[in-house]
Ligand binder design. Structure first.
Ligand code: SF4
Length: 350
């Protein structure tokens, strides 16, 4: 039996018969494929669909994205998370507009030189949009292949990763690389899922060594995860003349989005005097009002446990990078999902 050829043929037959009808599967336009692939990183297809449609209605071309207002762009991205993806999309669009005449580059190497485009995304664009016979290996594809070949070495090991990539490359059929890339993603997302793979429905079960040996569920072997760091934060809702203070945050997690002033704290809740002092350091004189409850947000490597507090400022003193937002302005700002609870509490008081 030719395991490579049988794998590709069975997978494509299955994909042709019943794949999910997703909007980015109706196009080979490199810009649209690129936007979809960036949005799909860390995010489920069902969640991405409305974002993808809104995004392309607003920025139908690479030129339009290159010229987009950053605040509006981040607002459109609000709720998808990992906002650096949106900023990198725009930086890459600007670069492509300047250097490649308004289109995306046509080789994997040149695609990879764009901000936010790694090996997987470059491979997916090259295969789907340009029909180049290259593999696109993400976590889904890695899982399928480790199970199919019963790879028991850790995928954290660079040697294993290289071997899986070479294996993926060897499987790509030269006549349908784009459909193959989509079919691999589809198999990983709907059948060969991280938990409880539906092996009995799988088109490549016949050649699957992980299934044959009864070890599919345990694969791939992953490196041990570092425990998530927990940060306790006091979030300050500072009110003044029916406005609330928001501040543009530049750190990596929230870069470019607006949030409320906040401070790390060690104890059970934020100490009111420390909050007043922290605001004074920003040039805002305020009195402590009351606690407004707790919220929690899990990022990839860090957890924020947030105590939300209300304070009243004497005057709406201008703050560097800050905006005293009315209820309407607050609704229009791009803010991270992490502060959703605080934002709701602020809106209730405006
Ligand atoms: Fe994954 Fe099971 Fe299919 Fe093997 S048979 S590729 S483990 S779903």
């Amino acid at each position: 039996m030719d395991r490579e050829r049988d794998f590709a043929a069975a997978l494509l037959r299955w994909y042709d018969a019943a794949h999910r009808d997703l909007p980015w599967r109706h196009t080979r336009d490199a810009y649209r494929v690129w936007v979809s692939e960036i949005m799909l990183q860390q995010t489920r297809a069902e969640t991405v669909v409305p974002y993808y449609e809104r995004f392309l209605a607003r920025y139908p071309t690479l030129e339009a994205l290159a010229q987009a207002d950053e605040g509006e762009l981040l607002k459109l991205w609000e709720g998808l998370g990992y906002y650096s993806r949106a900023r990198n999309l725009q930086r890459a669009a600007q670069r492509a507009a300047q250097e490649c005449g308004g289109t995306l580059p046509r080789t994997v190497e040149a695609l990879r030189s764009l901000p936010g485009v790694g090996a997987y995304t470059a491979g997916a664009i090259a295969a789907i949009a340009y029909g180049l016979p290259v593999a696109a290996v993400d976590g889904n594809v890695e899982r399928v292949l480790c199970r199919y070949d019963a790879v028991t070495e850790s995928v954290g090991d660079p040697g294993t990763r290289r071997a899986v990539e070479a294996r993926a490359q060897a499987l790509v059929p030269r006549d349908r690389p784009g459909d193959f890339a989509n079919a691999m993603m589809e198999l990983g997302a709907t059948v060969c899922t991280p938990k409880n793979p539906a092996c009995l429905l799988c088109p490549v079960r016949e050649g699957c060594r992980g299934f044959e040996r009864g070890v599919a569920q345990e694969l791939p072997v992953k490196p041990r995860k570092k425990p998530q760091r927990v940060e306790r934060r006091a979030v300050m809702l500072v009110f003044c003349e029916r406005r609330v203070l928001t501040v543009r945050r530049e750190e990596r997690l929230l870069g470019g989005l607006y949030a409320f002033p906040s401070a790390l704290h060690e104890g059970e809740t934020g100490d009111p005097a420390a909050l007043v002092y922290a605001l004074e350091a920003m040039g805002v004189r305020a009195a402590y009002d009351e606690p407004l409850g707790r919220a929690r947000h899990v990022f990839t490597h860090i957890v924020w446990e947030m105590d939300v507090h209300a304070l009243a400022a004497e005057t709406c003193t201008p703050v560097e990078g800050g905006l005293w937002a009315t209820r309407e302005a607050l609704a229009a700002l791009a803010m991270p999902t992490a502060v959703r609870y605080a934002r709701e509490q602020a809106a209730l008081r405006l």
